[in-house]
Design a protein. Structure first.
Length: 153
């Protein structure tokens, strides 16, 4: 990635895709060369959703632990089940989208279209990070893609 110039990319502080990304503990979001590269993972939904998961996968465990509150329940759940999958057999995913300008100051670009043009899945945070950087490098090397339109709000 050393050949990639810093001015060609913008690291943005919010997840770039996935409707439940607010519940993901891991997210990387980069604008590069007319594209949004977004990686999310470590999905940790609210307790009600986790209780549904436990009821489906191990009802006996849920019955033994439903009395636990707050961090105690979270700790026991994490030890038993871990993070939730965000896709078919994956805890993390990277997706690539065309970009458009946004009026936000913290994230000056956003997806122009919700149809991904490339993707990869992972089950390890280190691989997700390296996969994100590999996608950034891949799309930085493409012929520059013109931005399609401006965000309305």
């Amino acid at each position: 990635m050393s050949a990639l110039k810093r001015e060609m990319m913008i690291w943005m502080p919010h997840a770039g895709h996935l409707i439940v990304s607010r519940d993901c503990q891991f997210h990387l979001n980069t604008f590069v060369n007319g594209y949004i590269i977004s990686t999310v993972g470590e999905y940790w939904p609210c307790r009600a959703v986790r209780e549904i998961h436990a009821r489906v996968h191990d009802l006996a465990w849920l019955e033994e632990n439903k009395h636990l509150r707050g961090d105690d329940f979270d700790y026991a759940y994490m030890k038993k089940f871990g993070f939730e999958m965000i896709g078919c057999n994956r805890l993390y995913e990277t997706m690539v989208f065309t970009a458009m300008k946004s009026k936000q100051t913290c994230c000056p670009y956003k997806m122009a279209d919700t149809s991904e043009i490339d993707s990869a899945g992972y089950n390890d945070a280190g691989k997700a990070y390296k996969g994100h950087l590999a996608m950034v490098k891949k799309y930085a090397c493409r012929t520059m893609k013109p931005l399609t339109r401006t965000a309305r709000g």
